[in-house]
Design a protein around this ligand. Sequence first.
Ligand code: NAP
Length: 243
Amino acid sequence: MSERTTALVTGANKGIGYEITRGLGALGWSVGVGARDEKRRAAAVERLCADGVDAFGVPLDVTDDASVSAAARLIEERSGRLDVLVNNAAITGGMPQEPTRVDPATVLKVVETNVIGVIRVTNAMLPLLRRSAAPRIVNMSSSVGSLTRQSAPDADRTAGPVAVAYAPSKTFLNAVTLQYVRELSGTNILINAGCPGYVATDLNGFQGVRTPEQGAAIAIELATLPDDGPTGKFFNDAGVVPW
Ligand code: NAP
């Protein structure tokens, strides 16, 4: 059993998830690299270990019940508990995504990964999180899921492209985050949503203007909140994001 603080990051083989893993590992934590592809997972673990991180591979497809259950068993056997869960894995479903032309199957697929996947992983990990003295859940969302931003007069400039699968999936995730906060309000679990900003990753064809390391910073901050830290909030580097 590991005495170190243990975290699991989903979708950790590349992009922001990889950098979250590296950042948490730099704190001396033991970090599970949740990733569905064996080769990409192994390569990420190897690179992290070469950087001195106590990283271990966690085979994980967030859309698959058996995979998620097996991931929980692996962490239980290795660490006996989980201190921090970062729900980072997501897909866009491909662009463009105009509502009048979208294939409904695309919307379903995006929601299955970005929302149902988070519920599936969170529920599988909750028994392990409940064993932690300071459990934290970080849901990687996006400001494009902010209804306040989507309904603002300058939405075309500030709320990303019209995208009927990806943006509402993050709105849904934000709403799901608040439902967990309400149910678990009597516990010591702090649950928040984070937005990394517009980051150059595969997700957007590397069009983003921030580095994955910069994008990871908000997740690391929310993963390391003190016991009297906030819960049920949506943050980016600059502060609170309106829901
Ligand atoms: P990315 O580079 O495309 O990485 C996404 C990760 O999710 C990959 O590791 C991918 O694994 C994994 N993933 C996708 N479907 C999965 C599944 N079913 N099971 C397990 N893993 C799965 O994207 P990113 O930009 O780093 O995004 C990370 C998070 O930040 C996402 O939640 C995203 O919505 C959010 N975000 C990003 C931006 C941005 O500008 N990049 C802005 C706002 C919010 P594979 O390699 O196997 O595909």
